[in-house]
Design a protein around this ligand. Sequence first.
Ligand SMILES: O=c1ccn([C@@H]2O[C@H](COP(=O)(O)O)[C@@H](O)[C@H]2O)c(=O)[nH]1
Length: 293
Amino acid sequence: MGRATMRALTLPDPVVTFIKKLNEAWHTNDSLLCVGLDPDLNKLPVHLRNQPDAILQFCIAIIDATAASACAFKPQIAYFAALRAEDQLEAICEYLRAHYPHLPIVLDAKRGDIGATAEQYAREAFERYGADAVTVNPYMGHDSIAPYLEWKDRGAIVLCRTSNPGGSDLQFMQIDGTPLYQHVARLVAEKWNSNGQCGLVVGATFPHELAQVRAIVGNMPLLVPGIGAQGGDVQATVTAGKTADGSGMMINSSRAILYATPDPATGEDFAQAAQRVALATRDEINRYRAGAG
Ligand SMILES: O=c1ccn([C@@H]2O[C@H](COP(=O)(O)O)[C@@H](O)[C@H]2O)c(=O)[nH]1
């Protein structure tokens, strides 16, 4: 298990809010790239696959290789839960806090439930994993989000216009002549964000909608998945979603970075390949941040 076995529990500094940490990460690393941690055992290099802590070793190698190019890390909880590897996710979050305390951890869990259950989900994200922010589903309304907002120093990132094609089924429904995703954006910006801790998920696969959301929510941070494996256009994404100072987004890429190795059969150089792609993606994003506005 290497360095991560020696962990003592450290939690995020309560006076450093998610938003402050994210702002500093954008500037310190000159990056809007969020590296997604979606470990799929079948895609891991063969020399790691049969090890009991394969997920942990793989993710730590990816983190060390890409941290200098990233503004955040986004572990997707399903990849860990499906493999009964939540203990490895805990160790990964602990490792991130210990070695890269300036980079926010965004737990992608897309939780949504009644308030009493949401309280437990919030504890899971913020206490168990020590995440700086968690993704949540707005479908059940304000009382299902309120327990996350009680954690004033952490972020709640609300699904708004998701990157998948089927997102249009509901998110494009017209209500009073306006699509539902815009109602969500307005609701979060004007009501739910009273403590300034909210963000929105908007897919890079829909740059037009990304621009619409940016116009509604001002400088609110947006988590933007959909470049890389999903084919979203980087230039269109940055142009549509950046704030006046050329920041405002965590543009996520998972598979394109995690499985960048040219030889998945041996995969010995997977971390180097990930480093190369992360750096190139960060630089490509940065090319379109200049001349912001
Ligand atoms: O609208 C959404 C919301 C979340 N995701 C998540 O982001 C990553 C994308 O992975 P890639 O390999 O870069 O496609 C993944 O964890 C999704 O669950 C999203 O894609 N779209």
